[in-house]
Design a protein around this ligand. Structure first.
Ligand code: 23J
Ligand code: MN
Length: 261
C-alpha cells in the first residue's frame, strides 16, 4: 500500500468537508444523570464544579473552575480493570491501555424502534445474525454501537427509568455480548444508556454480562453516547481516548466520529 499521502488525504478530506466530524458526547453538567446501584453499594458521584475565578478579585484576567466526578460520570470510557474479570490483565487501566486501539471502526446496530416499544429491550444473538445477513459480518476489531435513541431522554426521568425494581433501560443479553467478544472479536461495545449493560442486568447470569465478558477479554465500553442516529450502519471511525488517570478504571471523555459525506 502506498501510505505516502494517507495523512495528506485525511487532512484534505476534513478541510473540504468530505469527511465530517460528529460529536457522540453528551454535555457534562452537574445535572447529568448518573448510575444508581442498589443502596448497599457505593455510588457514582455526579459532576461538581466550583468556580476559582471569573475575571474578578480571585483572578482578574482569567476564568477557571475546579471540578470532580466519578470515573463513570457522563459520556465515559470503561477500561478492563473496571471489572473483576479484567483485574489481572496487562495494560488494563486507562493510563496503560494501547493507544492504537483508541482510533477505530464502528458499526451501528439500530435498536431504536424496539427500545421505544420496550424499555427492557434486550439485543440478542438472533438480532445480531439478522443484522449480519443484511449488512455483512461484524468485523474483528470494530466497535459495536447499540443505537437506542435513549440519549434523547437524558433530560427526563425516562433516561434512568427507575422504579422499585431498579432501572429499566435496554442492553445486550449475556449470549449476545459473549458472541460479540468470543465469536467476532470486537474491540468494544457502546451504548446511549448509563451502562453498557441493560438496566436489569444485575439479575442476569452472569450479573452485568457486558462488563463481565468485555472486560474479561480486555475489551472496552462506552456509555452515555449520543448522536448515534447520525452515523452510518458501517464506515464510521471513532476516536475515543480517555483521560490518562493513573490506574483509572475509566473516564469521562469526548467521543468523535469521522464520517464520509
Ligand atoms: C459499576 C457497577 C455496575 C455498573 C457500572 C458500574 C456501570 O454501568 C459503569 O458505568 O461502568 S452497571
Ligand atoms: Mn462505566
Amino acid at each position: 500500500m502506498n501510505t505516502q499521502n494517507l495523512l495528506g488525504d485525511l487532512v484534505g478530506a476534513l478541510a473540504s468537508g468530505k469527511l465530517k466530524v460528529i460529536d457522540l458526547t453528551q454535555t457534562l453538567s452537574p445535572e447529568f444523570p448518573t448510575l444508581e446501584l442498589p443502596p448497599q453499594f457505593g455510588q457514582c458521584e455526579p459532576l461538581r464544579v466550583e468556580k476559582v475565578s471569573e475575571y474578578d478579585d480571585r483572578g482578574p484576567l482569567w476564568y477557571w473552575n475546579n471540578f470532580s466526578c466519578n470515573e463513570h460520570t457522563g459520556t465515559h470510557f470503561d477500561a478492563p480493570i473496571h471489572w473483576v474479570t479484567g483485574k489481572d490483565l496487562p495494560n488494563n487501566s486507562v493510563d496503560t491501555l494501547p493507544v492504537q486501539e483508541l482510533v477505530g471502526p464502528a458499526l451501528v446496530i439500530d435498536c431504536s424502534a424496539e427500545s421505544a416499544a420496550n424499555p427492557d429491550f434486550l439485543l440478542d444473538v438472533a438480532h445480531l445474525e439478522r443484522w449480519e445477513a443484511a449488512h455483512g459480518r461484524i468485523d474483528e476489531g470494530s466497535w459495536v454501537l447499540m443505537r437506542t435513541d435513549w440519549s434523547k431522554h437524558s433530560s427526563s426521568a425516562r433516561y434512568k427509568n427507575m422504579d422499585e425494581t431498579g432501572q429499566h433501560t435496554p442492553g445486550p443479553t449475556p449470549e449476545a455480548v459473549k458472541f460479540l467478544v468470543e465469536e467476532r472479536g470486537i474491540r468494544g461495545f457502546g451504548t446511549e444508556t448509563i451502562g453498557t449493560d441493560a438496566g436489569q442486568a444485575h439479575s442476569m447470569n452472569p450479573p452485568y454480562p457486558a462488563h463481565h465478558y468485555l472486560h474479561g477479554a480486555g475489551r472496552y465500553g462506552l456509555q452515555c453516547l449520543t448522536n448515534l442516529d447520525l452515523l452510518p450502519t458501517r464506515g464510521a471511525v471513532i476516536i475515543c481516548p480517555p483521560l490518562k488517570l493513573q490506574r483509572g478504571s475509566g473516564s469521562p471523555l469526548r467521543v468523535l466520529a469521522l464520517v464520509a459525506s
